[in-house]
Design a protein around this ligand. Structure first.
Ligand code: BEZ
Ligand code: FE2
Length: 409
């Protein structure tokens, strides 16, 4: 058992409790959270670790959507238009992934850890990132991804998917959890969707998928036209989308831990269906901005009470894998939201809501939750506790300490 104390504790619990001069008692789980005075009374002989002045303890950040295998991109891929970007990914994916080593990905994961991330949802297309995710202290929900809409490729793609999923299942541990990603409604054949979701249901695996990321995807799925038409004709010899958005969503009934990434072009009906599926929307504001996609209508999600999480996506559509960079961008992009109140929503999105997307026992500082916590230091005193969330987002580059599963990593 250990005890750690800080000027502030942001719990992200159901009452959004904030404790001034607080302390956390923990082993691999959180045992107790209270004021320092109460903890000292209860454990008079215990050694307490004190964080610096103006310190904050909060749940470790959870990034539910990242593509580590594309981490070598900096200046290669085209931004500014979804089709230009997708074509550049297809043109350059071999070059971008050929030298990706476990060591390289571990460096990226170490950066993520230093910038406050304790858990990720890694979308894995090839399993090039498997070893690094297994070795890293960061908790990983490892989403083996299925992709491919061409009917004559289905058998090969399905057996490749199953063998990657089995490799991930072989490595299953407390902090490495296999899961399934379905790339998108436009790129996965209905047979593959049906069969992979069957596995997810039987084995109770979390599922994640990209959904309605671009106007081109909307035009293609709804009307079989727009920028995707030429792409599909030239690349795959297809003139019609393999599925409609609602048909796609209807297949996800009974998946327990479900998330849809982007959803910026989703209709009210789509969003209502997502709500009825009890799913989380992974919002990746920087990725949407760089590909000149639509800005997510956060107010629609709030109105429909759909939880959203914040993801970085990969370095294929971002210049940083820091969740604090992503939170700053989210805060700046949604200009109509009040910075003070929206900051609280964002921190809860990056902890508690992301936990729901991944189906874990994290994201809150509360008895019996996994002890994944970060400590950070604000540059000066915060007088009004309401301003804490905003100041944390504005001022945090690196964290002071990262504790995962009760261990200082
Ligand atoms: C497909 O197989 O349909 C596909 C793959 C990658 C991007 C788009 C479509
Ligand atoms: Fe993505």
């Amino acid at each position: 058992m250990k005890i750690i104390s800080a000027t502030w504790i942001i719990t992200c619990d159901e009452n959004s409790t904030i404790i001034k001069d607080g302390a956390i008692v923990y082993d691999d789980k959180i045992i107790e959270v209270d004021t320092l005075l109460n903890i000292q009374k209860k454990y008079p002989d215990a050694k307490i670790e004190f964080c610096s002045q103006n310190s904050v303890l909060m749940p470790g950040l959870i990034n539910p959507h990242v593509h580590l295998e594309f981490s070598s991109n900096t200046t290669t891929l085209k931004y500014g238009d979804f089709m230009d970007w997708l074509n550049s990914v297809i043109m350059n994916r071999e070059e971008l992934t050929k030298d990706i080593s476990t060591k390289y990905i571990l460096e990226k994961l170490d950066f993520m850890k230093k910038t406050g991330t304790t858990t990720i949802g890694a979308i894995s297309s090839y399993s090039f990132d498997l070893e690094a995710c297994v070795e890293s202290p960061i908790n990983t929900v490892f989403f083996s991804e299925v992709i491919g809409s061409k009917p004559d490729m289905i058998d090969t793609l399905f057996s490749d998917f199953k063998s990657r999923l089995n490799m991930a299942k072989d490595k299953k541990s407390k902090n490495f959890i296999p899961a399934i990603a379905i790339h998108s409604p436009y790129s996965v054949h209905p047979f593959l969707i049906r069969e992979t979701l069957k596995i997810a249901k039987e084995e109770q695996l979390a599922v994640s998928t990209h959904f309605l990321e671009s106007p081109q995807e909307f035009d293609w799925l709804h009307k079989d036209e727009g920028g995707f038409l030429d792409f599909f004709k030239n690349f795959l010899g297809q003139e019609k989308a393999v599925t409609k958005p609602m048909q796609f969503l209807n297949q996800f009934d009974d998946i327990k831990n479900l998330s849809f990434t982007h959803c910026v072009e989703a209709s009210i009906e789509d969003l209502e269906k997502i709500k009825s599926l009890d799913a989380v929307i992974n919002h990746c504001p920087t990725s949407n901005r760089l590909l000149n996609n639509t800005k997510l209508d956060i107010d629609k999600l709030i109105k429909l009470d759909i939880p959203f999480a914040i993801g970085t996506d990969g370095l294929s559509s971002n210049n940083s894998l820091s969740m604090f960079d992503e939170l700053r961008n989210a805060l700046m992009i949604h200009t109509h939201k009040n910075v003070v109140y929206f900051s609280k929503k964002l921190i809860e999105a990056a902890t508690k809501n992301a936990n729901k997307a991944l189906g874990l026992n994290k994201g809150e500082i509360k008895n019996n939750k996994d002890c994944d916590i970060i400590s950070l230091v604000l540059p000066n005193e915060v007088k009004d506790s309401k301003d804490l969330y905003m100041n944390i987002i504005l001022h945090t580059k690196n964290v002071e300490k990262t504790i995962i599963g009760g261990i200082d990593v």
